[in-house]
Design a protein around this ligand. Sequence first.
Ligand code: PRP
Ligand code: URA
Length: 209
Amino acid sequence: MAKVVVFDHPLIKHKLTFIRDKNTGSKEFRELVTEVSLLMGYEVTRDFPLEEIEIETPLTKMKSQVISGKKVGIIPILRAGLGMVDGMLKLIPTAKVGHVGLYRDPETLKPVEYYCKLPQDIEERDLIVLDPMLATGGSAVAAINFLKQRGAKSIRLVCLIAAPEGVKAVEDAHPDVDIYVASLDERLNEHAYIVPGLGDAGDRLFGTK
Ligand code: PRP
Ligand code: URA
């Protein structure tokens, strides 16, 4: 079974408070989501392997460590996942970015795919799937299905807020996928929104409604 990491860093908790607050406008919301994504990326990449190279400081030659030939793919689930891309790219600027477009049908609550454009070599890459919200888990499970159908072998999922139902759905469908969440909230409401949550992540990021 893969791991579920729930962050307890004070900076993440602090920023998440203002992300949740309904009085936070889109500009600040976007900035905070970028900042939290960057902070989460620090932990998400913790197990990246290192190798030694030789360099010269102004004083002497030395062997020093660099990340070992990692090929990373960052995969935002459209739309709201876009809000997490910049933070992750700040940490891993050479990553390729693939997009999976899904929306949750408001009637059936089932994910519908409308776009998919991925790096060609996704089977060789460590993929970091981004979506602020893991509610029923339908979107994340479907996105990971698409990625696996197209050859992906190494996938981790990074979300700001998850409901227990969503975590369980991903664990059941994809037991090989590590899940990183900034907060594990209480429950889903009758419209499958996360409570207490932050509302509609896409609308708050992009100022739509
Ligand atoms: C939201 C969110 C997730 C999905 C989570 O997207 O960004 O993708 O819902 O719900 P689930 O776990 O029950 O599938 P939405 O469908 O609202 O689309 P958007 O990102 O375009 O706003
Ligand atoms: N999608 C959102 O944007 N928010 C939720 O709480 C659930 C799904």
